[in-house]
Design a binder for this molecule. Structure first.
Ligand code: GAL
Length: 430
């Protein structure tokens, strides 16, 4: 869905109407302010982590009103958020990622948090990638909470032990291992066949086969030379080889269902971000005991990241100052960031949080993050809303999904479509 920015006169009218509604009758001014939060954390692991946030909010003189929109990756949630904002009824706070933050700020919807950020010296504790994404014209307009690593491979330990298999480190090794697992009658790759889940594997392949610079040129810059390069053709051919191994499209499954198959040994591997770890933990499975975590093939030196942030919609809170200050304090609190991210499977967005209590996979992620940052191998996830405006991102996701399941589509046709997307869409938009 393309969110065409509202003409300013229309926006002004809506904000005038909403402001009139926002003035709370005297009788309610002394009740605890309600914070309506739009997010898409609906799996067991995500809900367990979100419960820690709700607890913190309710313990700090406010009332968390949940507005959860089901759908991994957040596309549905963003569609609903856009509809609510156009109707003049945005939530108090919303989960959001990447370039969408600037787009919402440009339209004047977001609370400026710069004074709080200065007071708490956010700049000193956040990595540069967080400073870039969460600020608009040099002012913080979003609060970063998580740092997820996308390029992970999750392995069912029992299956690998039973079949006496080594962890694959390259894509050819992955294909060979998957063929052995398939031969043994076990689904090699747990995949839910939703477009975003399928397309996320392609971005891991691009990094694993050709490195961070090619990844940037192809999936962040949409550079025509990278799009038409032999490297991209090689990635598309490897992606097609995986499609043939995975077999024709099975029934669509949301990612938590697929993670459950992995946990039970119905499938041997899953290639997806470390929210999978939060899910496995909520299901009672332990790293190194029940499952193994390893970099997606060829990506041990790279780190594809996405970051969950929260924004506060300025015109929909009876207590804007109190809510903004309290929410910013809570979400950026070191203890909260430690507690939440241990449950979520991600790293804290703050770099000064003690990682005592984080499991071996998270500590591997931290080491990989620091190494990738030092070697310029840190890249934003296109598929998980960190690299391009929503329209370009979703067109590429749909294109890769069609290619994966429709063997008549050639790599050359995908390259041509990517060039069309690059040409046809301006850099603006969600
Ligand atoms: C991502 C989000 C993660 C996780 C994942 C699956 O976009 O950043 O926190 O929720 O979607 O839904």
């Amino acid at each position: 869905m393309t969110f065409n920015p509202l003409p300013l006169f229309c926006l002004g009218f809506i904000m005038a109407v909403v402001n009139a509604q926002a003035s709370t009758p005297l009788s309610q001014q002394h009740t605890q302010p309600e914070v309506e939060v739009l997010h898409w954390w609906t799996s067991k692991g995500e809900q367990r982590a979100a419960a820690a946030l709700k607890q913190a909010v309710n313990n700090n003189g406010m009332v968390w009103k949940d507005f959860a929109v089901r759908g991994g990756g957040g596309e549905s949630a963003m569609t609903v958020l856009q509809a609510r904002a156009i109707a003049g009824n945005p939530p108090t706070m919303a989960q959001i990622e990447g370039p969408a933050i600037e787009a919402w700020a440009r339209l004047g919807f977001l609370t400026d948090l710069e004074s709080i950020a200065q007071q708490q010296q956010w700049q000193q504790s956040l990595p540069d990638i967080a400073l870039k994404v969460n600020r608009y014209r040099g002012h913080f307009v979003a609060i970063p909470l998580t740092l997820h690593r996308i390029n992970w491979m999750w392995l069912n330990k029992q299956v690998f032990t039973q079949l006496n298999l080594a962890v694959p480190h390259t894509w050819p090794e992955f294909m060979h291992t998957a063929a052995i697992i398939k031969q043994a009658g076990i689904t090699p790759l747990a995949i839910g066949h939703e477009p975003w889940q399928v397309a996320m594997i392609f971005e891991m392949m691009s990094l694993g086969l050709h490195g961070a610079e090619h990844y940037r040129q192809l999936l962040v810059e949409l550079n025509p030379d990278a799009i038409t390069s032999t490297k991209t053709l090689a990635s598309l051919k490897m992606f097609r080889q995986l499609a043939q191994l995975v077999g024709p499209k099975q029934n669509i499954q949301e990612w938590p269902q697929v993670t459950s198959d992995l946990a039970q040994g119905k499938a041997a591997m899953q290639l997806l971000g470390d929210w999978v770890k939060g899910e496995l933990s909520a299901l009672g499975y332990q790293a190194d005991v029940d499952y193994l975590c390893a970099p997606a093939p060829g990506t041990q030196d790279g780190f594809i990241y996405n970051m969950d942030s929260f924004v506060l919609f300025s015109q929909n809170s009876a207590h804007p100052q109190q809510v903004s200050q309290t929410m910013a304090n809570l979400l950026m609190d070191k203890t909260l960031q430690s507690q939440f991210n241990q449950l979520k499977g991600s790293l804290p967005a703050r770099q000064d949080v003690d990682l005592t209590g984080f499991d071996s996979c998270s500590l591997k992620a931290k080491q990989a993050f620091d190494k990738a940052k030092a070697n310029n191998n840190l890249v934003p996830s296109l598929i998980d809303s960190m690299a391009l405006p929503e329209q370009q991102q979703n067109e590429i996701i749909q294109l890769l999904h069609r290619y994966f399941y429709q063997s008549e589509i050639t790599p050359e046709q995908v390259v041509q479509q990517l060039l069309n997307i690059q040409k046809r869409l301006g850099q603006d938009g969600f």
